[in-house]
Design a protein. Structure first.
Length: 508
């Protein structure tokens, strides 16, 4: 009998149409899935994230067995567990004596490098297939990017609209405009009714995982329970239908809003399901477009949502693979302050940060504007080491995998790549936060004050950041107006702002 191939499937590759599964033969080949300590600990992931991945892996293995696959599944508490992908592949090679190893390209440079060493380590052919769950291949991204002075998401996105045909009328964008973002910045109102994501009761298999994660990872960040994430494809599809029916119509309008008591607003909370493979980006966009075409959702909502998926999600992945391994080391501003402890404890008087971090602890989720304009904005203004910021984001969010987290954190939110991904730093003072949220009403600081013991720290950190990095930022045309305002200030005002900021930074 022909020796089997060993098909190693990772915790974020839980898709029945995965390239390596399509290339394999259920009658001959063996699927290997393993829960390993190294993946849970290389950054200390949030308990809920570990539980989501293990529970979804176990349910996926069950579904593969039902579909006729032979699955060799290694649990974390297996006494012989080797603790790493390479260690477990070594054990599986000894058990099954495969003819070769077949994998789909992982989402992280570190893991791809490890896999590239397997040929030599095991003296076996190793085939790494392209991950075609993404809509833009590495080759296509490179050819789009080649020769461009600047890589801007908007132009990439238009290309992707043309290629996929989403929201197109022939060669023209639906409604005559490519982007309806200008309509998507409404501040929140008190009388909105938010549906929140669909929540699922853990079954016996998930409860087993929760028990193990609670015992093994008690000292990791975050609350394990209540645990309500979808852990199967069927549940994730139900979560998608719920989002389309209940939240999509208002997704666009309130995309940038933040409310203390509404953690999810009209966001989809689908990123973790997309990133581990329970949902496919094309399927999700098809359903969103259908909702628009049937009059269930307005164009600004459907376009805004589809842009995040075929635009931002694919764009950041292209940047990641194009720029790694050097990207993670970039530090345009030379920031080196350690991450303040309150990023782990949520113990801070700044109500916006307290709310965003508390929610992160409890849900392993924060929406985009909280990540970008609260925790990200603060870290950049305060001059925190971008690598420390990156490691925080990678560990605390259930949807965080390096291909998507790193460009968003290091590029978009910290501007540590000097403008490769975004055209200007996302820096803002208290006014912006006050306009887009209700955080300031419950804060011990006063958002209207710039100096004094009650002054909102964001107000002077903002100016201090611009002054500290004037040599790097003044030439940016998108900041010309801001520097004109700075220039018009009296010397003593500028000095008092910088003193106030220095006093605050000394307390961190
Ligand atoms: P929605 O607001 O409902 O958006 C719909 C979908 O669009 C998301 O599910 C997601 O798949 C996609 N999307 C939206 N914005 C982005 C983006 N900027 N990049 C890529 N995809 C996007 N997203 C991750 O999936 N994983 C991360 O680790 C991650 N880290 C981030 C770190 C920082 C500092 C910032 C500023 C953003 C980060 N994002 C990350 C992007 C974005 O914040 C999340 O995708 C989003 O908040 C997930 O919530 P949602 O599913 O409710 O999204
Ligand atoms: C994030 C994660 C965790 C916590 N644990 C596992 C695991 O035990 N087994 C596994 O196959 N995958 C896990 N993952 C996801 C991997 O870290 C992810 O596949 C790589 O980082 C590549 O994106
Ligand atoms: Fe945040 Fe300042 Fe508003 Fe307080 S006053 S919530 S610190 S922006």
């Amino acid at each position: 009998m022909t020796a089997p191939r060993l098909v190693h499937i990772l915790g974020d590759q839980l898709s029945p149409d995965l390239a390596s599964l399509r290339a394999a033969d259920p009658g001959r080949d063996i699927v290997l899935m393993c829960e390993v300590a190294e993946e849970a600990n290389y950054v200390r992931h949030h308990k809920k994230k570990i539980a989501l991945i293990f529970a979804a892996m176990r349910h996926f293995a069950d579904a593969l067995r039902v579909a006729g696959w032979q699955v060799d599944y290694i649990r974390l508490d297996d006494p012989d567990n080797a603790g790493s992908f390479t260690g477990e592949v070594a054990r599986a090679v000894a058990r099954h004596r495969p003819a070769s190893i077949l994998v789909t390209e992982p989402g992280e440079w570190r893991v791809r490098e490890a896999m590239r060493g397997w040929h030599e380590a095991f003296d076996l052919p190793v085939e790494i297939l392209e991950d075609d769950r993404f809509l833009c291949s590495h080759r296509e991204f490179s050819s789009w990017a080649a020769g461009r002075k600047q890589l801007r998401m908007e132009y990439f996105y238009r290309e992707m609209r043309r290629r996929t045909g989403f929201l197109m009328q022939g060669d023209a964008p639906e409604g005559g405009k490519w982007n309806y973002d200008a309509e998507n910045r409404k501040p929140p109102r008190d009388d909105l009714s938010m549906p929140g994501p669909l929540r699922f009761q853990p079954d016996a298999e998930t409860r087993d995982v929760l028990h193990m994660v609670g015992a093994r990872f008690a000292d990791h960040f975050g609350d394990l329970e209540p645990f309500w994430f979808a852990v199967t494809r069927q549940q994730a599809k139900a979560a998608l239908s719920h989002f389309i029916a209940e939240a999509l119509p208002r997704f666009g309008d309130y995309q940038d809003a933040m409310l203390q008591d509404e953690r999810f607003l009209y966001h989809s909370v689908l990123s973790a399901y997309l990133n581990i493979g329970l949902l496919g980006p094309l399927d999700v966009c098809k359903e969103v477009e259908a909702a628009y075409r049937s009059g269930q959702a307005p164009l600004n909502a459907a376009e805004g949502f589809i842009r995040q998926i075929i635009g931002w999600r694919e764009f950041v992945r292209g940047i990641y693979w194009r720029e790694m391994p050097g990207y993670v080391e970039r530090n345009f501003f030379g920031h080196d302050r350690p991450l303040p402890d309150f990023y782990w404890s949520a113990e801070t008087d700044m109500a916006c940060l307290r709310a965003s971090i508390t929610q992160t602890k409890e849900e392993a989720y924060a929406h985009h504007i909280q990540r970008l304009m609260i925790t990200g904005n603060f870290a950049m203004l305060a001059g925190i080491d971008p690598k420390a910021v990156h490691e925080w984001y990678l560990s605390v969010y259930a949807d965080a995998f390096e291909w998507v987290e790193l460009p968003n954190t290091l590029g978009m939110s910290q501007f540590a790549d000097g403008g490769l991904l975004g055209s200007k730093p996302y820096a803002a003072g208290g006014n912006y936060i006050n306009r887009m949220s209700d955080y300031c009403t419950g804060c011990r600081f006063d958002v209207k004050q710039k100096t004094g013991s009650d002054a909102c720290p964001f107000n002077t950190l903002y100016w201090d950041f611009l002054a500290r990095h004037e040599d790097r930022l003044r030439g940016n045309p998108r900041l010309a107006q801001v520097y004109r305002t700075w220039d018009r200030m009296a010397d003593e005002t500028r000095l008092s702002y910088r003193d106030q900021a220095a006093g605050f930074l000394a307390t961190l």
